[in-house]
Design a protein around this ligand. Structure first.
Ligand SMILES: Cc1cc2nc3c(=O)[nH]c(=O)nc-3n(C[C@H](O)[C@H](O)[C@H](O)COP(=O)(O)OP(=O)(O)OC[C@H]3O[C@@H](n4cnc5c(N)ncnc54)[C@H](O)[C@@H]3O)c2cc1C
Length: 445
């Protein structure tokens, strides 16, 4: 064990390491940056920080857009703590160290005949980070990833280690599984998996009005479904995906054409065409291929295609019955503001769960993600969209930009006080907070 990685002691301001998230909109200079490889090291870091009266945060893949992973004290980069520990084939349960990325977990599972999906687009997120913020995919029966967790091993704020599950230390389990990093460090996670299958994905053009009018008809059984919405023009792209027995049929040329058409071709041509229409037309002739509307592949490969450019996102989860009205209002706002979003918004549907801090807690949910490049002046728009979403008791994604506080969030979560009681039990001296959690969850004093 290399003790130098977490020897306590102050460092000069300009000697501090720097950390930034993937989007580049959140930066911090922690006192120390640790890269633990064992649970014993996690325990030691927490105990050392506590003794120094400093705080600790864990950074997973840095895929959050909010300041949730920042630290003014110790920052744990948990990416090296990522082993697959056990696969229970009979029960369909995998146990891993929490720093494993979703993409690597999918690869490990695939080689053993299993998959994690249904899941969203965040392949470089860690499993610990994704469940800590309540991350989710989309579909009628698709719950947040946290709702598929069966057991956890948690390092508490006193440096103790607890095993918990719905059967054992239930309140600890429920608080820690989506704990926004304040209810302990997730050391290992046991999560449900499914037998391996490829995914058949199909995209069809539509328009926002039709998508909103036909929401219930569009949602079917085990399908994953989401819609990209151009809030300015009203155009929409509906994307469906379901498990299939089919094998990938595309050769490398088709794949390459598809990549070019999707990533370089169509979006760039559209953008150039907006500024200089004749040039856009010419480019359109040079890049003749349309992106494929249908693909069969492994879920992580399909998700990787959707990662898109670096950007900043906000996301609000509202009761499904309000989706139509809320999105019509947001579209109207965008049109009136004259803002031309360079990236489409995303409409998703999520099934309810019973995780106390899940955005989908006992809520048949629809979620709207609004996205902007970092160079765009997105803040006024995000604030205006938030004002609309709050009219529908919208809950913001913990990992995305929002402007709420613990005072405004508390009424939205029926089990808020219960969560806070367990949080204090797990972390009596508030070792795990940061400025973001002080704002959105309140500080432990
Ligand atoms: C390209 C992209 C696609 C995305 N797609 C989706 C999507 O489909 N659906 C969706 O809901 N969200 C999506 N997100 C958001 C993303 O899933 C969440 O922000 C997620 O938290 C990121 O995980 P991470 O490992 O990067 O965590 P980080 O951003 O590094 O950290 C997030 C939080 O988790 C805590 N944390 C991390 N590891 C641990 C641990 N072991 N123990 C305790 N706390 C921990 C951190 O302290 C922090 O509070 C996407 C983001 C990006 C950039």
């Amino acid at each position: 064990m290399d003790l130098r990685r977490f020897v306590p002691g102050r460092v000069r301001e300009d000697d501090r390491p720097r950390w930034r998230n993937w989007a580049g909109n959140q930066v911090c200079a922690p006192l120390r940056l640790h890269r633990p490889l064992t649970e014993a090291e996690l325990v030691l870091i927490v105990r050392a920080a506590r003794a120094e009266h400093e705080r600790v945060r864990v950074a997973g893949g840095g895929r959050s857009y909010s300041g949730v992973a920042l630290s003014d004290g110790h920052l744990i980069d948990i990416g090296g703590y990522d082993a697959l520990l056990d696969l229970n084939v009979t029960r369909g349960l995998v146990t891993v160290q929490a720093g494993i990325t979703l993409r690597r977990l999918e690869d490990e599972l695939w080689s053993r005949g299993f998959v994690l999906h249904p899941w969203g687009d965040a392949g470089e997120s860690t499993l610990g980070g994704a469940i800590s913020t309540g991350s989710h995919g989309s579909g009628l029966h698709v719950t947040s990833l946290a709702a598929r967790v069966a057991a956890l091993r948690v390092v508490t704020g006193t440096g103790d280690v607890l095993d918990c599950s719905p059967e054992r230390e239930r309140e600890v389990f429920e608080a820690a599984v989506t704990g926004v990093g304040v209810a302990g460090i997730l050391s290992t996670v046991t999560v449900q998996v499914q037998p391996a299958a490829h995914i058949h994905q199909h995209e069809e053009p539509s328009d926002t009005v039709t998508v909103l009018e036909r929401q219930s008809a569009l949602l079917h059984g085990d399908e994953q479904l989401e819609a990209e919405l151009d809030l300015q023009s009203g155009a929409a792209l509906v994307r469906r995906a379901r498990r299939t027995e089919r094998q990938p049929e595309l050769g490398w040329r088709d794949r390459l054409n598809d990549e070019v058409a999707t990533r370089v071709g169509e979006p760039s041509v559209r953008q150039v065409g907006r500024v200089i229409p004749p040039l856009g037309e010419r480019l359109g002739r040079v890049i003749p291929h349309e992106p494929l509307t249908e693909r069969v592949d492994r879920a992580p490969r399909l998700a990787a295609r959707r990662t898109g450019p670096r950007r900043v996102e906000m996301e609000y989860v509202i009761p499904r019955q309000h989706a139509r009205e809320a999105i019509e209002r947001v579209s109207d706002l965008v049109r009136r503001s004259g803002w031309r979003p360079s990236l489409p918004a995303v409409l998703r549907w999520v099934a309810p769960d019973t995780v106390p801090l899940s955005m989908c807690y006992r809520r048949e949910a629809a979620s709207l993600t609004v996205r902007a490049r970092r160079s765009e002046p997105y803040q006024p728009l995000f604030e205006a969209v938030e004002t609309i979403m709050r009219d529908y008791e919208g809950r913001p994604h913990w990992g995305k930009v929002h402007f709420q506080t613990h005072e405004t969030l508390r009424p939205l979560y029926p089990r808020w006080d219960e969560f806070q009681t367990t949080r204090r039990r797990l972390d009596p001296s508030g070792v795990f907070g940061n400025a973001y959690t002080d704002r959105v969850l309140g500080a432990v004093r």
